[in-house]
Design a protein around this ligand. Structure first.
Ligand code: SAH
Length: 223
């Protein structure tokens, strides 16, 4: 999978892709992430990417021209399954959306800034708008990093124990069961004995029961 991220702050996005699972996914060539500096597509001598808002009011708006130049260039090189704009009023990211996007070959993610992008970008270039929650961030970069993490970790082969991602919360409409590691006894706080029974069937049943109970208690809306 190839992800092209259009941003005015490429440096802000470097770190999330340089560690742990996202780093390994790129090393294994299962995903290629390109950070594209929107200023490289500005058409004036000042590398401007934003301008005043028509109709007045505080705050700048990201101009259509550099974004269009950048998207035209990318689209001339390959086909894209989706051109996504990170936006607080987009569809709310969830596991189902992450699963769906993880199956794509090529996507573009546009990060907004300031007051957002000129509406004509959204109308004519963007195929999907995604929000990471009902709150406003100062830019789309952190939201794009969240989206990418949720997608990349479920690409087959990225997590070495492939089945482990399938048992994460939300994958089967349930919250994940509690997990424990050594020591067995920490100052009297013990691990449930069933997990030491060695009986896979009983352990699976216990985990499922825990998942159901947790989901009922914490996220009954998932039922
Ligand atoms: N004035 C706009 C917010 C602009 S915030 C409004 O009220 O809707 C600047 C940029 O940050 C946005 O263009 C978007 O790319 C990003 N952003 C902010 N909050 C976000 C969220 N919850 N999810 C995804 N992107 C977000």
């Amino acid at each position: 999978m190839r992800i092209d991220i259009i941003t005015v702050l490429p440096d802000l996005l470097k770190s999330p892709f340089q560690h742990s699972i996202l780093k390994r996914a790129q090393e294994k060539k299962l995903v290629e992430v390109n950070l594209i500096n929107l200023r490289d597509y500005a058409s004036d001598n000042y590398n401007s990417v934003d301008d005043y808002c028509y109709g007045g009011g505080a705050g700048m708006v990201m101009m259509i021209e550099p974004i269009a130049n950048c998207i035209y260039k990318l689209k001339s090189q390959r086909n894209y399954d989706e051109i996504i704009y990170m936006s607080p009023d987009g569809e709310l990211l969830n596991q189902k959306i992450a699963n769906q996007i993880s199956l794509f070959q090529n996507i573009i993610i546009l990060c907004g800034h300031y007051k957002g992008v000129d509406e004509r970008v959204r109308e004519h270039f963007i195929t999907r708008e995604i929000s990471i929650g009902d709150y406003v961030l100062s830019g789309g970069e952190l939201a794009a990093a969240v989206l990418c993490d949720s997608i990349i970790r479920i690409i087959p082969g990225v997590i070495s124990d492939e089945t482990s991602a399938l048992f994460d919360s939300f994958q089967d409409g349930l919250i994940a069961p509690p997990v424990y590691t050594r020591p067995y006894d920490f100052n009297g706080l013990k691990v449930p004995d069933v997990l030491l029974s060695g009986n896979e069937k009983i352990i699976d049943e216990w985990r499922l029961q825990q998942s159901i109970e947790r989901t009922k208690k914490r996220r009954p809306n998932l039922f």
